[in-house]
Design a protein around this ligand. Structure first.
Ligand SMILES: NC(=O)c1ccc[n+]([C@@H]2O[C@H](COP(=O)([O-])OP(=O)(O)OC[C@H]3O[C@@H](n4cnc5c(N)ncnc54)[C@H](OP(=O)(O)O)[C@@H]3O)[C@@H](O)[C@H]2O)c1
Length: 383
């Protein structure tokens, strides 16, 4: 074992993680040398790091492939541009006469060379990265299926279409590889962090290995799109955790908690400025960056003793109060209720107008109007 490499990986791990051992993975014509088995808070997991699977190896695995990124919405640009900058042969498939097509042109994709109508890209691609919105994936599926000839690979960034295939109808032919790489964040962050020399972590999963090369293909793609490290999952776990997370702490729960605390402060006579700063601004500007760097215990240890005492006394009450809601949420995801609701509402022709009404309600709320003013007063936003 190369001790220098081990030390390098060790150095990159967070305090709670410990390096344990390696596993050797072999596939038909390529060896994925060493999979790191790491300890995450006492639980061992197989992960792939950039050290063990460098970009040069991803380029080697993908050198004869044409990666067709279908859709240029949010994930499309992040993944396509990162792969292009990483020396992968990538083309984009996007419907013409749309702002999105123009965006791809602006980003340097050349019509007829690296930018095509969806069907032509599907025909040219050997790996099809299916990055349309989940609703559009259902609509376009018959066209995609037609071009999935033996040996090609179908790549997703979400387990939705396959896991809920009773609702989506997405059932791939048996003679193609089917896998996913799901970056844990927005396509915008994927690109932004790539340009900063950083990387979002991604999960990966294999649903079908028809060629015997699915593992090396998916890992190579995970590295090529600019992932930090890759962790293993399966399609079902990916979609269950993803739907829970975005409805929960990442977006739904956080907005709910913001709104509740802000309202209590306002009802008790605090100004919008005070309520917003104590609810959102301090969290996003001061505390979360510290949590991101060093964890929650470190942040607690580095705030006032008064704050520390209060936070330690109250966090379990919030956990116990919200746990039943999270349980209900997970059950709603696992029963297929959430996916059905998403398919039903997102495939309606007036989806965007209805969405705008709901977003306007949030935007126009006193909380987020106060936030707008607070943001404008940040020194970096003042001329
Ligand atoms: N958003 C994220 O950052 C994120 C993060 C992780 C995983 N994912 C997954 O990545 C995949 C792509 O998500 P996304 O958020 O990037 O999707 P998105 O932005 O909603 O996708 C929009 C793309 O789909 C095209 N499209 C929509 N309806 C169409 C139709 N009827 N026919 C043809 N094209 C159509 C759009 O073209 P037009 O502009 O011409 O309408 C555009 O290229 C999804 O599986 C998602 O779950 C997304």
């Amino acid at each position: 074992m190369n001790q220098r490499w081990v030390n390098k990986v060790k150095g990159k791990l967070s305090a709670g993680s410990q390096f344990n051992n390696f596993q050797i993975f072999k596939s038909s014509n390529f060896q994925i040398k060493k999979m790191a088995k790491l300890n995450f808070g006492g639980v061992e997991e197989n992960v792939v790091t950039r050290e063990e699977f460098p970009l040069s190896k991803a380029q080697e695995v993908l050198k004869n492939e044409t990666v067709a990124v279908i859709g240029y919405g949010v994930q499309g640009p992040g993944q396509a541009l990162n792969q292009r900058d990483n020396g992968i042969n990538v083309i984009v498939g996007q419907r013409k006469n749309s702002k999105t097509w123009d965006k791809a042109v602006k980003d340097g994709f050349v019509p007829g060379e690296t930018l095509f109508e969806i069907e032509e890209a599907l025909q040219r691609g050997t790996i099809i990265c299916y990055l349309l919105s989940d609703a559009a994936q259902i609509e376009l599926w018959p066209t995609v299926k037609k071009h999935l000839t033996p040996g090609k690979a179908l790549y997703f960034s979400h387990g939705f279409g396959i896991t809920f295939n009773g609702q989506t109808g997405i059932i791939p032919p048996k003679d193609v590889d089917v896998f996913l790489v799901a970056p844990k964040g927005s396509g915008t962050s994927l690109r932004r962090m790539f340009l900063q020399g950083r990387g979002l972590n991604s999960s990966y999963a294999i649903f079908q290995d028809a060629t015997g090369k699915a593992k090396e293909r998916v890992v190579a793609l995970g590295i090529a799109v600019g992932s930090g490290y890759l962790f293993e999952t399966d399609f079902k776990k990916e979609v269950y955790s993803d739907l829970t997370g975005e409805r929960g702490t990442l977006m739904g729960a956080i907005q709910g908690i913001f709104a509740a605390q802000y309202q209590v402060l306002r009802d008790n006579g605090h100004t919008p400025s005070e309520a917003f700063n104590e609810t959102v601004e301090e969290l996003t500007q001061s505390l979360m960056p510290l949590v991101a760097e060093n964890g929650m215990d470190w942040m607690y240890a580095n705030c006032s003793t008064t704050a520390q005492r209060g936070a330690l006394d109250w966090w379990k009450k919030f956990r116990d109060a919200t746990a039943p809601v999270f349980k209900e949420l997970y059950e709603s995801v696992a029963s297929g209720k959430e996916s059905q609701r998403s398919i039903d509402s997102n495939s309606k022709p007036d989806y965007r107008e209805k969405l705008e009404v709901e977003l306007k309600e949030l935007r126009d709320s006193e909380l987020w109007q106060a936030g707008k003013t607070v943001r404008s007063l940040r020194p970096e936003n003042q001329k």
